[in-house]
Design a protein around this ligand. Structure first.
Ligand SMILES: Cc1ncc(COP(=O)(O)O)c(C=O)c1O
Length: 477
């Protein structure tokens, strides 16, 4: 692809862009159960208009755009209030959950360095927590200590977290809920443990912050998970998930501004302008903030309550459909609208392919020492009208899996072939052969992931990480 000599006309541009989308999944089908939180076209119209209204305004240059400070403060305060923060709680908008988590870890690291003289920081993270914590640890030079979860409830094992605390521990993490199984960690116990060691506690409410807060207001029985819990020092909540705003927008919140200060960055040490950021990004379009502002303002509490109730009913119907399907089970007791399906009888990654063939997009999750491989479903407003087909499609997909080619024995055979190949250094040829074994072609997106996921799930995770990077490196050409 070369830069065209002369610019193309609008019609050609949009025809080409739409043609590019022809092989994408149809997220409007209401059958995507991962990666999309669709408020419906009518609701999205207001959000998109607000987004484009502020597309060009840049949050980096606050002196140019007081409107952007206003937007960011408004969005942050509305979310803090939902999460029961008091007048001392503060926050900022970020590009997503990962950035909010990154800032919370940076705040903890720099706070611990300044206040506790800790120079080799460690954070304790249950295995069900999102990979964003691992990324933050990787980028910020923190040691991450992974602790197990209760194998029945999949909630963080607080005794294991306690046992992992050392003089270098800066931060304990709990999720409300975890993406993996949709269960809420014992936040009260984790925060109390953090308090008793005078360290910080982050609650990852990236998926749950809005939805759970509205459930709480509606009277659903829920454990306390937000700033109402003493000892919780920071929370992340994504507006671009169950806030139903357009991507990229999350809120990183701190119990008080003394802690938030450690998340910030200033640099006046160059010959250029002084950079001052409350976020990882410098240039930030105000579009996502305006979209989130419009979502909060246009739905209001009543609008969110209506969506939450319908999504919860839809989730209950889908969970009932899973429980009514012989061979399938739900892991733990999901707190809201996210759940994970496991099986002792069929290969769960085959089920993923079979459901995809019927239009349902779920998210495969690898096994851990305490957890079987499973498929994650995140139910959102866009699914509500389509749940009817789920039960029948699920049963048909399970029947198809029972007769499917990737049996456990075949998968073990594949694993051995993979391990044998990996005796050699990972050259492009070896990598090509590996992809072939997984049913993949370098540089192409696969049509099914069942075979490759089955193999990957059997390999050591550090090796899987290397292979995934190799694969991604082959996709972007
Ligand atoms: C619980 C949780 N935390 C953090 C993240 C990371 O959010 P993002 O993809 O917006 O960076 C996710 C994303 O799915 C999540 O589910």
């Amino acid at each position: 692809m070369n830069l065209p000599q002369h610019g193309l006309d609008r019609q050609t541009i949009f025809a080409t862009l739409r043609a590019y989308k022809q092989h994408d999944v149809n997220w409007r089908s209401g059958k995507l159960l991962a990666g999309v939180y669709d408020p419906g076209d009518d609701n999205a119209a207001t959000i998109k208009e607000a987004y484009t209204e502020f597309l060009t305004e840049n949050a980096l240059f606050l002196n140019f755009y007081p409107s952007v400070i206003q937007l960011e403060n408004d969005v942050t305060r509305m979310v803090i209030n939902l999460l029961q923060g008091d007048a001392n709680a503060v926050g900022n908008c970020t590009s997503g959950g990962t950035e909010s988590i990154m800032l919370s870890v940076k705040a903890a690291r720099d706070w611990a360095r300044a206040e506790r003289k800790i120079t080799a920081p460690e954070m304790i993270v249950p295995i069900t927590a999102h990979a964003a914590f691992h990324k933050a640890a990787h980028y910020l030079g923190c040691k991450i200590i992974i602790t197990p979860v209760n194998p029945q409830t999949f909630r963080a094992d607080v005794n294991a977290m306690q046992a992992a605390i050392t003089p270098n521990t800066i931060l304990l993490v709990g999720s409300a809920p975890c993406y993996a199984q949709g269960v809420i960690d014992p936040i009260g116990e984790i925060a109390a443990l953090a308090q008793s060691h005078k360290i910080l506690c982050h609650v990852d409410a990236c998926v749950g912050g809005i939805h759970l807060s509205i459930m709480r207001k509606l009277g659903y029985p829920l454990p306390a998970f937000d700033f109402s819990v003493p000892g919780v020092t920071s929370i992340s909540t994504d507006m671009h998930k169950y806030g139903y705003a357009a991507k990229n927008i999350s809120v990183a919140m701190f119990r008080h501004d003394h802690l938030r200060k450690f998340a910030m960055f200033a640099c006046a040490n160059t010959a250029s302008y002084a950079v001052l950021n409350p976020s990882v990004l410098s240039t930030r379009s105000a579009g996502p903030m305006a979209g989130a502002w419009a979502a909060l303002m246009s739905f209001g509490e009543a609008g969110y309550a209506d969506m939450v109730q319908r999504v919860q009913t839809c989730t209950a119907d889908m969970i009932a459909a899973v429980n009514a399907t012989p061979g399938l089970r739900i892991l733990g007791q999901p707190a809201m609208s996210m759940f994970a399906i496991a099986s002792d009888e069929i290969n769960i990654f085959d089920l993923d392919d079979e459901m995809a063939a019927r239009g349902w997009m779920l998210q495969p999750q690898f096994s851990t020492p305490d957890l079987p491989a499973n498929l994650h479903a995140g139910v959102h407003w866009g699914n509500v009208a389509h749940v009817g087909a789920f039960a029948a499609d699920l049963q048909a997909a399970v029947s198809a899996c029972r007769a499917k080619a990737v049996t456990t024995e075949a998968a073990h055979g594949l694993k051995n072939q993979v391990l044998q190949l990996l005796q050699q250094p990972l050259s492009p040829q070896v990598f090509g052969q590996l992809l072939q074994l997984g049913g993949l072609t370098p540089g192409q997106l696969p049509t099914g992931f069942g075979r490759i996921n089955t193999v990957l799930d059997m390999l050591p995770r550090d090796l899987v990480n290397v292979l995934l990077v190799e694969y991604m490196n082959s996709i972007y050409r």
